[in-house]
Design a protein around this ligand. Structure first.
Ligand code: C6P
Length: 422
């Protein structure tokens, strides 16, 4: 992969691993091989230290106090907001709303935008790849407003969207398209540029679920041209309990608050109130101050490596893993695109004869952490007619040696179950 015509300088995951204390842990007497990064990533020392330093030196509530600590906490949190904005190409920090997670960010759009704007006859367009966080809020809003749900189908195990179905599905009735940028279950990277362009052409808004893309590749809301982008800090080296909704200012301004409480109001009378400015209108109550500040440290870490290099490393590792698994386990069923350039660092598979949960349990005995099950994508699993898959998912600190450890642990699973090629 090249940026601006220049080859990328090599990135050394072995060096990066030293920044993550947890990676030196042993699990069941074996070195931890953490391959569950699509669920959540590990945290570097700089993020851990940022949280400790905040509690040791600054802890105070934000936006309320006149005292020094409160002012310091407020400026640290607001600096972090601006940093998050720059990371996704958003110039205006007021359009960066801190939520609890990607799930809450999508719920915010579904409820605050959907309840006001959707009506019977309107359509909400999703895809069969969506995580429940991008299905259930829309089901709830569809039920409340009378709007209908439609799904862009996938073409098969590769998880590509059937773009030929778009003329029938994306019409003047479509008011909003909400689509994942990268599938957490199959790894497929969706053609969001084209989807956004075609949604624009029929006047539909576009929500991009960036939970599995923002942590792994450069994502720029200006270049994408989407209307909303949702993601979670904990999937990109940051703390749990913090997510982000970025939205176009005009849309956010036209929306009512999602929740009521402190900080989201300007003035309150007994029977009504006026709303605060962005982003506070959508941040009722004391926010996750520590999380927001530590997320700034996580972004710092990622920017020092560079998202192009994170992507290049994961693509290389995913290609290596796919090849090794195919070579070593001829009967394996691999899901998602075979071309690593068309997928993220998620490898979903089925070892015939061994239930995915058993694969996960045996791998854990070998110190290898993967996820097994439906990955919160039951619509997709129904379409594929499978109960679930085993899923290994990579991040910047994973190595080829860890892919080898995965292969060895899978050989052990085959040996125990008496299946496979031997
Ligand atoms: N996927 C996984 O193991 P939260 O839980 O709000 O941080 O993220 C929700 C979410 C939304 N969209 C996509 C595409 C996701 O992958 C996730 C989280 C995890 O695949 C946990 S289920």
């Amino acid at each position: 992969m090249k940026t601006n015509g220049q080859p990328l300088s090599p990135f050394d995951p072995a060096r990066a691993r030293l920044d993550f204390p947890i990676l030196s842990r042993k699990i069941n007497g074996k070195p931890l091989v953490y391959l569950d990064n699509a669920a959540t990533t590990q945290k570097p020392m700089s993020v851990i230290m940022s949280m400790t330093a905040y509690y040791e030196r600054t802890n105070a509530n934000v936006h309320r106090g006149v005292h020094t600590l409160s002012q310091e906490a407020t400026s640290l949190m607001e600096e972090s907001r601006a940093r998050v904005g720059r990371f996704i190409g958003a110039d205006d920090p007021a359009t960066v709303i801190f939520t609890r997670n990607a799930t809450e960010a999508i719920n915010l759009v579904a409820f605050a935008w959907g309840r006001r704007h959707l009506k019977p006859g309107d359509e909400i367009l999703l895809t069969e790849l969506e995580h429940h966080s991008n299905v259930i809020p829309w089901q709830m809003v569809a039920r409340d407003t009378g709007a209908a749900l439609r799904y862009i189908p996938i073409t098969g195990r590769d998880g590509f969207l059937d773009m030929d179905s778009l003329p029938k599905l994306l019409t003047g009735r479509t008011k909003i398209l909400s689509v994942t940028h990268a599938s957490n279950a199959l790894g497929t990277i969706n053609p969001v540029d084209e989807l956004i362009r075609r949604a624009r052409a029929v006047g539909a808004l576009v929500v991009v679920d960036g939970a599995q893309s923002v942590p792994h590749m450069p994502v720029d809301v200006k270049k994408l041209g989407c209307d909303f982008l949702a993601f979670s800090a904990h999937k990109m080296l940051g703390p749990t309990g913090l997510g982000v909704l970025w939205g176009r200012r005009s849309l956010l301004e036209s929306m009512d608050p999602f929740m009521g409480g402190g900080d989201m109001i300007k003035e309150v009378w007994t029977d009504h109130a006026t709303w605060n400015d962005l982003p506070y209108k959508f941040e009722a109550g004391t926010p996750n101050i520590t999380g927001a500040i530590a997320f700034g440290a996580a972004i710092d870490y990622l920017e020092r490596i560079g998202m192009d290099r994170v992507r290049a490393h994961e693509m290389e590792l995913t290609g290596y893993a796919l090849q090794r698994l195919k070579d070593r386990f001829p009967g394996i069923i691999l899901y998602g695109p075979s071309d690593p350039a068309k997928r993220g660092g998620v490898v979903s598979f089925d070892l015939p004869g061994i239930h995915a949960h058993d694969v996960g349990t045996i791998l854990d005995r070998e110190g290898v952490a993967i996820r097994a099950g439906h990955h919160c994508c039951q619509v997709l699993m129904r379409k594929l007619d499978i109960p679930g898959t085993a899923r290994a998912s990579f991040y910047l600190y994973n190595t080829r040696e860890e892919v080898e450890a995965l292969v060895r642990a899978m050989e052990e699973a085959e040996r125990l179950f008496g299946v496979g090629i031997r």
